[in-house]
Design a protein around this ligand. Structure first.
Ligand SMILES: *[C@@H]1O[C@H](CO)[C@@H](O)[C@H](O)[C@H]1NC(C)=O
Ligand SMILES: *[C@@H]1O[C@H](CO)[C@@H](O)[C@H](O)[C@H]1NC(C)=O
Ligand SMILES: *[C@@H]1O[C@H](CO)[C@@H](O)[C@H](O)[C@H]1NC(C)=O
Ligand SMILES: *[C@@H]1O[C@H](CO)[C@@H](O)[C@H](O)[C@H]1NC(C)=O
Ligand SMILES: CC(=O)N[C@H]1CO[C@H](CO)[C@@H](O)[C@@H]1O
Length: 617
């Protein structure tokens, strides 16, 4: 979540070149065995000892040019943390998760958003429901090199998105060498915030590479994808959410900066910018609109969750509160050793200032220029917590309506549907021509932090999980998108009092036995007695097989400040322009038109029949 980094942190990073490690040789072909990545235990992780989490973690080379490096040279290595699927769904799935920044660690996702545990407030970790590893294997990756527990030689940090893509593809090449059993498993690439840049780039690079992996989809949460639409959205969002009132001084200031930003954006004609210094001040202006002094402490809106406040100038960087304990936990040497991260000197930090600064993306086209190409080949989901300002839904909806993909512009006349989870409104859902857009109610920039079960239901739906085939676990929590309600297996209703009926199909058999297994050991004993040893053995082997094909699940988003803009207080780099202000306002006609499309309700009756995307213009 950090938006800006204290200057003094920068100097800590210089010694990275001194990495001492087995992995610091230039021989990229020395790929260690999977067993060497196995994490046998995590200190103070309180979990179900009967069914412990199965985890793998460590470094893999990511420098595509490592072959030409001198043997003594340090080469870039990305760090991953993989949690295998805890339960069986209809099939195995593998999810890669990336937090943003650039420079922020995917431990945000692992420890605070979509992972299997949260800090317990007592120095340890407690497992929690709602993690994406329940039905899929999830791999959290620290990248670009230098982020989190990953490392890079001090003179070779990534600067542009194509470089980061090349590193990611090289990392994957090595990952699949270590874990070849995933080669034929459906894979998804997911993440949040600045990963809105990474993901279209990485997906495009994977699809164009000779990696023979089954990339089936991409999901971006509160992503930074289209500067041209997203910068001007700050003021619109602030007005909609009562942060700034039209006619006030704050509004005038916001408008002025937005106009200046728009003017600057209009100068970009041959490249779509990722960030524009002049525009960065738009958000700071909006955030400070409600700043005030409380007990002599300057306070402002939390830019990741406008329901909250934070001290100025952090304005959200101190959030979420779990962060303090995450730092403490990841600084423990026993933890660092247990997760095979000890090749990196110094303590883990959420967001690395050096990586952030070096990753300037000055010559990179923003990922909005690639997204349509990706949508031609795989489904993409954009999801947005509605309480986030920094990558707010107003800007993302504006981007979607302006984007041309698969033959048309915008969502067209598809109907936005209400989405409920566990009987409560969770958000809205709409899909058109391979693009799914999900707005999540009452959720911040870090959606998984606020509403883990809702986020979990969302990713299962997006991946097309066959809910009928799942008989246990949180996938049984009811949910519906419009009239499409999740089937809750009837078999669960009368368990565990009866013995299984004669089977109708092997799949149903499996489901039934799974259900019995999960109904508890007492029921299991009864069943075993009733059915006899032969069946028992059959069941055992079945189960073991199920276990063997665990699915990785994955990831989480990061909550980072997306840009260097907030670093104006930092020294040296020439990004000082982050603070300019200017404002441009979106034509009100455009806004009204968008609302008609994105809101659930109003013209439902009229458009009910129009299901697939027709352009609205
Ligand atoms: C201000 O400080 C006083 C004394 O420390 C404390 O009791 C009070 O709750 C504080 N007010 C706010 C709004 O934080
Ligand atoms: C950036 O994207 C635009 C629009 O897709 C394209 O015309 C241009 O050639 C791209 N530039 C670079 C440097 O990739
Ligand atoms: C959507 O994605 C699928 C792959 O899932 C691809 O075959 C198809 O061509 C894409 N395009 C459209 C318009 O659906
Ligand atoms: C979903 O799973 C059920 C139960 O295993 C099976 O009968 C059904 O054919 C599956 N549906 C699809 C679309 O695969
Ligand atoms: C508890 C809470 O804040 N609920 C809100 C969640 O979001 C919906 C839709 O914006 C509101 O109607 C609820 O009041």
């Amino acid at each position: 979540m950090r938006a800006f980094f204290p200057v003094q942190l920068l100097s800590c990073l210089a010694p990275l070149a001194l990495l001492y490690s087995h992995s610091s040789t230039a021989a990229p072909t020395d790929i260690p065995s999977a067993a060497s990545f196995y994490v046998s235990r995590l200190p103070d992780l309180h979990q179900d000892e009967e069914r412990p989490l199965r985890m793998y973690a460590g470094h893999l080379p990511s420098d595509p040019d490592a072959r030409t490096a001198e043997p003594a040279d340090v080469t870039a290595h990305l760090y991953f943390f993989m949690v295998k699927a805890r339960r069986t769904a209809d099939k195995e799935r593998l999810i890669f998760w990336l937090n943003g920044g650039p420079g922020c660690s995917s431990f945000d996702g692992l420890m605070m958003e979509i992972g299997p545990w949260r800090v317990d407030g007592k120095g340890g970790l407690k497992t929690v429901p709602g993690g994406w590893e329940e039905y899929a294997t999830v791999v959290f990756i620290d990248q670009p090199a230098g982020t989190g527990f990953s490392y890079a030689p001090s003179n070779k940090y990534d600067h542009e998105l194509p470089e980061a893509s090349a590193h990611f593809v090289e990392f994957l090449r090595n990952f699949y060498k270590v874990f070849p059993e995933y080669q034929d498993v459906d894979a998804y690439i997911t993440g949040e915030s600045f990963a809105g840049q990474y993901i279209p780039y990485f997906a495009d690079a994977i699809l164009s590479s000779n990696l023979k992996i089954r990339l089936k989809g991409a999901a971006i949460g509160n992503g930074w994808t289209d500067a041209r639409r997203q910068y001007p959205s700050y003021l619109d969002y602030a007005v909609k959410h009562g942060i700034v009132e039209i006619g006030t001084e704050a509004y005038k200031n916001g408008k002025e900066i937005t106009d200046k930003c728009t003017e600057e954006l209009s100068k970009y004609t041959d490249i779509e910018p990722v960030h524009v210094n002049v525009c960065e001040e738009v958000m700071m202006t909006v955030v400070s609109a409600k700043s005030h002094l409380t007990n002599n402490t300057a306070t402002c809106i939390n830019m990741y969750d406008v329901r909250l406040e934070d001290t100025a100038p952090e304005c959200g960087m101190n959030w979420p509160p779990d962060l303090t304990d995450v730092y403490t936990y990841l600084a423990r040497r026993d933890v660092v050793n247990a997760i095979h991260a000890n090749a990196v000197p110094g303590n883990w930090v959420e967001c690395k200032p050096r990586v952030h600064t070096e990753f300037s993306t000055r010559r990179s086209n923003s990922s909005i220029t690639l997204l349509p190409r990706v949508l031609e080949r795989i489904p993409v989901m954009l999801f947005v917590g509605d309480q986030d300002l920094i990558c707010n839904y107003v800007g993302i909806e504006s981007m979607i309506q302006a984007m041309q993909w698969n033959g048309e512009t915008g969502l067209g006349k598809v109907q936005t549907q209400p989405w409920t989870v566990d009987g409560k409104p969770a958000g809205t859902w709409v899909a058109s021509r391979n693009l799914t857009y999900v707005k999540i109610f009452n959720a911040s920039h870090m959606v998984g932090y606020d509403v883990p079960h809702v986020t979990h239901d969302m990713i299962l739906r997006f991946m097309g999980v066959n809910f009928t085939a799942i008989t246990d676990g949180s996938a049984r929590i009811p949910s519906a998108v419009g009239d499409d309600a999740k089937p809750i297996p009837a078999i669960l209703d009368d368990l565990p009092t009866s013995t299984p009926a004669p089977s109708k199909s092997p799949e149903q058999d499996k489901a039934m036995w799974e259900a019995y297994y999960n109904a508890g050991s007492a029921a299991l004993v009864l069943i075993l007695i009733a059915i006899g040893v032969g069946v028992f053995l059959w069941w055992r082997s079945r189960r073991r097989k199920l276990f063997l094909r665990d699915i990785p699940l994955s990831t989480r988003e990061e909550n980072i400040p997306l840009n260097s803009s907030m670093r104006e207080d930092q020294d040296g780099d020439d990004n000082g322009s982050f603070r300019s202000r200017k404002g441009k306002e979106r034509a009100s006609g455009t806004l009204a038109e968008q609302e008609a499309i994105f809101d659930v309700g109003s013209d439902e009756e009229d458009e009910r029949g129009a299901v697939s995307g027709r352009t609205s213009r």
